[in-house]
Design a protein around this ligand. Structure first.
Ligand SMILES: [Fe+2]
Length: 276
């Protein structure tokens, strides 16, 4: 005989049985089953249920065209990286994905190789030497590399008055030997937005909101799986506690300083996986 809680689960399953789309039915049934099991497992109180409803309500109210609090919530709960892991299995030497993040912008103009994307902002000069290969180590000529990163204070251009999404980002096309070189300034670590419900959650868990310094890239080429990832600065104090779980050891690299040209240099090989 079912207890009261389990009979409710069965009733909800039965109520959804007429859902015509089989995938919708599968996802809904699984979600309800896990949600009901969760309520039973923690013996959720009515006050806790009300707190959860209030939290989710405020998360939605925090969203705007410039702010996506639900994606941030997904990020800090590790769901974003988990969905990526389930959907983008990389084999062998292929470079792993990381989170896209909220600062990516579509359709930036393509700029020539060697271009300086810093827009004259202050900071330690950085030269990025990217190599794009397949898993056999052969270059991927013509690959499309999109890059974006923060300034020396951890701000993206969209947060800097007057810049309007035009600095520290650019699109490049790889040379015949699969290389892209560009100049910019070194990025800094920065906090995820913490003035909303997600910030409350992070404080309740005594978690750091600081992301380690990184350069975002998105690389696409015909016949290859698009690579959305980031390269983190080795030695950054926040590498071990990335609030969005984006750090993977192979994505951490040295940014050595060259005294001759007074610049940091990042050399990184991005390995694309073929679509099969
Ligand atoms: Fe970022």
């Amino acid at each position: 005989m079912l207890d009261a809680g389990e009979s409710i689960t069965e009733e909800v399953m039965a109520a959804m049985a007429s859902t015509p789309d089989p995938r919708t039915l599968e996802v809904l049934r699984c979600a309800v089953r896990h949600l009901h099991d969760f309520v039973r497992e923690v013996d959720l109180t009515e006050a806790e249920w009300a707190t959860a409803v209030d939290f989710l309500t405020r998360t939605g109210q925090m969203c705007s065209p410039q702010r996506q609090e639900f994606i941030l919530l997904s990020d800090v709960l590790g769901v974003t990286m988990l969905v990526d892991a389930v959907n983008n299995r990389r084999v062998g030497e292929a470079t792993g994905n990381s989170v896209l993040g909220p600062f990516f912008r579509e359709d930036r103009p393509i700029v020539p190789d060697g271009h300086d994307i810093s827009a004259g902002l202050p900071g330690v000069p950085l030269v990025v030497h990217a190599r794009i290969t397949d898993t056999a180590g052969l270059p991927v000529p013509g690959a499309h590399l999109d890059v974006w990163h923060s300034d020396a204070e951890g701000h993206y251009d969209s947060d800097i008055a007057g810049l309007d999404d035009t600095a520290m980002r650019g699109q490049f096309r790889a040379s015949d030997d699969g290389r892209v070189t560009f100049r910019s300034i070194a990025p800094a670590s920065y906090p995820i937005p913490s003035d909303g419900p997600v910030g409350e959650l992070m404080r309740a868990c005594r978690r750091s909101v600081m992301r380690p310094a990184h350069v975002h890239v998105r690389i696409s080429a015909p016949g290859f799986s698009t690579l959305t990832t980031m390269v983190f600065r080795s030695g950054d104090p926040y590498l071990d506690g990335d609030p969005v779980f984006g750090v993977k050891p192979p994505l951490v690299a040295e940014f050595p300083f060259d005294h001759e040209d007074q610049s940091e240099h990042l050399h990184y090989t991005f390995v694309l996986q073929r679509l099969d």
